[in-house]
Design a binder for this molecule. Structure first.
Ligand code: WAQ
Ligand code: MG
Length: 246
């Protein structure tokens, strides 16, 4: 199948507003470009003065196919309870003495376009560009067109996040990912790992808050393993099989 990657980035006075990653069939290319353009223009974070659409051919043999992580949901009443749930999962991962620090470092990711890459043991920040962070790119769901049309009219936070988390935590040096949306009206976030799967937490911030960000917890050496991990996150093409997830 002839496929193309589309990357969308929108900003206003250099401030990040919205971004998206797609890998679509040739026949869907124009319609997805139009949708992503609309998404950039209609974003709750403001009106962009610059929109970037980058389109690149992707050949079938460079694609890695992954199964979506299993999904569970933890219902929490408020952000305090949400953070307590995250702390508990970090404790289960053996990170209890670092949990509070990880949660406060996570807040520093709020203005970034990408994610913080954090050494899970030393809490050292590993992003080559700390202002931008590391962006996971070149990934999408692998589904039949019809399901996809339904799933993708506008932004589906859950589907896109499940795709991203599945890609990210499938790297052997990523221990877990923490995420809360920067969209003011979206308060559900998650913690994901190969062991836990994708655990949705229904309240990780107050409604109306524009604060959101991601942390990828890394464990490994800072030479080849780190370089391989960043290369995987930013370059490897991944399609995620969603099966019954849609
Ligand atoms: N790679 C790395 N970091 C990213 C990426 C990416 N491709 N895209 C976004 N981020 C970072 C960036 O700092 C954003 O400000 C932050 O994450 C939040 O991005 O199951 O919508 O796109 O219902 O606002 C979670 C869904 C939705 C939970 C998360 O994130 C659920 C969401 P957003
Ligand atoms: Mg957002």
């Amino acid at each position: 199948m002839e496929r193309y990657s589309i990357k969308m980035r929108a900003s206003s006075q250099e401030r990040h507003i919205s971004g998206a990653e797609k890998i679509v069939a040739r026949e869907e290319l124009e319609s997805y470009c139009a949708r992503l353009l609309r998404r950039a223009m209609d974003h709750s974070k403001g009106k962009p003065d610059k929109i970037n659409l980058k389109i690149e051919a992707v050949s079938e043999d460079e694609i890695t196919f992954l199964r979506a992580l299993p999904v569970t949901t933890i219902k929490t009443a408020d952000p305090e309870e949400g953070r307590a749930a995250i702390r508990e999962y970090l404790r289960q991962m053996g990170l209890s003495d670092r949990a509070d620090d990880i949660l406060s470092i996570w807040e520093k990711s709020y203005a970034m376009r990408g994610a913080m890459l954090l050494d899970a043991d030393t809490l050292q920040r590993l992003e080559p560009d700390r202002e931008r962070g590391v962006r996971a790119t070149y990934m999408d769901m692998d589904t039949r067109d019809q399901q996809r049309q339904q799933a993708c009219s506008g932004k589906n936070h859950f589907n896109e996040a499940l795709v991203l988390a599945t890609k990210v935590v499938n790297h052997p040096n990523i221990l877990a990912e923490l995420c809360v949306s920067d969209d003011p009206d979206y308060v559900t976030g998650y913690i994901a790992s190969r062991k836990l799967g994708y655990v949705r937490i229904t309240t990780l911030k107050e409604m109306g808050s524009p604060n959101g960000g991601r942390v990828f917890l890394f464990r490994g050496n800072h030479d080849e393993e780190l370089a391989d991990c960043i290369d995987y996150l930013q370059r490897r093409k991944v399609l995620v099989q969603m099966e019954d997830k849609l």
